[in-house]
Write a protein that binds this ligand. Structure first.
Ligand SMILES: Nc1ncnc2c1ncn2[C@@H]1O[C@H](COP(=O)(O)OP(=O)(O)O)[C@@H](O)[C@H]1O
Ligand SMILES: [Mg+2]
Length: 419
């Protein structure tokens, strides 16, 4: 069985559309296919006309029940969609999964363990991931043999792609499986010059790490979703259906190829290469004047006071980055607590928590070289501290610390224990 995780931390880039229609196209080609919805928004059920109010148990129940000693089997929650396609629906409860699993051993492998039980029942499992890098996405990566990263062909989408591949790369350093990662152009509008240029650039940089198939922007695809049908049912003669059939055929052909050649690269290695290509690409791509795909794009230039002059020559700098990448999150080094995070495009990062009475201005994180790594070192008394990062004015949880708890505002605090 191949398990394909459809991952991109950006919302609206086509994850659910790709998941539903790729799974349906694989099923139409006679492959026994399971679609797993890991996004608490349950869009796969909506897109396949599964009535949400009738979903009594979801992936959440299967994932969480095992840790509570009353396992719900995957088979119990499945909805049959067509001859060869079944859906494991999501539910809003999934948004609490991360908090509920705090402190539970092996919490990143819940999905992998569940899917291993039905390994022989399916040829393909497609996992639609939520638009965030958290425990759910990590579960999908742990279970995956392949990752598809849908990417739009707008300048700011490219910017997001670079950042997100970087983050994925760091996450995946922790799982040592062999995973094939490919970028898929997901809403290609051939009529725009910029889309054509960016696709050309993507192809020349990522070469074999991109699907040859491109999913074109096609209004029938949007319509199909609103009618609760995959495109192969809604309009079998459409261009959208031709694209997804081609994608499914490419996926099947790639599987045969990878079985022959036995991929040896680890996921982390591949992502790192893809991500550095995306960075090079960003340096050369020119932003177009007005295209507000994202409301507040982060500034692309380095800050005016970038410490360029003091940056050492390239080789030592890379070494430093590599070294630091093992320490993202919280580390206890020689009696100090060191917080390390990666925000390549941020101008200011502060940390606020129980240790500074939640005054971010008291603790500014320092930028390390020009690598986008930020760190803060503190001498903390033994105890338990809740904290959040403030990145260019936006409060957020530490993306590299899995220990979190809900605060009274319904947001997540990161938590560190100093012993
Ligand atoms: N190839 C496409 N052509 C036209 N519309 C698309 C296409 N792919 C996605 N969309 C539309 O874009 C929106 C976002 O897509 P979706 O798959 O929900 O993204 P995500 O799951 O990443 O948030 C949806 O309204 C979807 O119908
Ligand atoms: Mg989605």
């Amino acid at each position: 069985m191949r398990t394909i995780a459809v991952v991109n931390q950006k919302g609206g880039c086509g994850k659910t559309t790709v998941s539903i229609n790729l799974a349906s196209a694989l099923a139409e080609l006679g492959k026994r296919t399971l679609l797993v919805d890991l996004d608490p928004q349950s869009h796969c059920a909506v897109g396949l006309a599964v009535p949400e109010d009738q979903i009594e148990q979801s992936v959440y129940d299967v994932l969480i029940s095992k840790s509570r000693g009353e396992p719900v089997r995957l088979k119990e929650i499945l909805w049959q969609i067509s001859d060869h396609l079944e859906l494991a629906p999501a539910s809003i409860d999934l948004s609490a999964f991360e908090q509920q699993m705090v402190g539970i051993m092996d919490r990143e492998s819940c999905l992998r363990n569940v899917l291993s039980e039905t390994r022989n029942d399916y040829d393909y499992t497609v996992i639609d991931c939520p638009p965030a890098v958290g425990l759910l996405t990590f579960n999908a990566l742990r279970a995956a043999t392949d990752v598809i990263v849908p990417a739009e062909t707008g300048y700011f989408a490219l910017h997001g792609l670079s950042k997100q591949l970087e983050t994925l790369s760091i996450l995946c350093k922790r799982c040592n499986q062999h995973i094939n990662v490919r970028v898929l152009t997901s809403m290609y509008d051939i009529r725009t010059k910029m889309a054509r240029e960016i696709l050309g650039e993507l192809r020349s940089h990522f070469s074999d790490k991109m699907f040859k198939t491109v999913v074109n922007f096609n209004t029938k695809i949007k319509e199909a979703a609103s009618f609760g049908q995959p495109i192969c049912e809604y309009d079998p003669a459409s261009k959208g259906q031709a694209d997804f059939r081609a994608l499914a055929e490419e996926v099947i052909a790639l599987q045969a190829k990878s079985e022959q050649h036995q991929m040896v690269n680890t996921l982390a290695g591949q992502l790192e290469r893809i991500s550095s290509s995306a960075d090079e690409l960003l340096k050369t791509a020119k932003p177009q004047p007005v295209k507000t795909e994202e409301p507040k794009p982060q500034p692309l230039q380095k800050p005016a006071v970038a410490p360029v002059a003091s940056v050492p020559a390239k080789p030592p700098q890379r070494k430093l980055e590599e070294k630091l990448s093992d320490y993202y999150g919280v580390n206890h080094i020689n009696g100090s607590t060191v917080f390390v995070s990666l925000y390549p495009h941020a101008q200011e990062v502060y940390i606020a928590g129980d240790f500074n009475n939640w005054h971010p201005q008291k603790t500014k994180m320092q930028k390390v070289g020009s690598s986008g790594v930020w760190q803060a070192k503190m001498n903390l008394q033994p105890g338990r501290y809740r904290y959040r990062l403030v990145v260019d004015g936006k409060w957020q949880q530490d993306p590299y610390n899995e220990t979190i708890e809900m605060n009274p505002f319904g947001e997540l605090n990161s938590v560190v224990e100093v012993s």
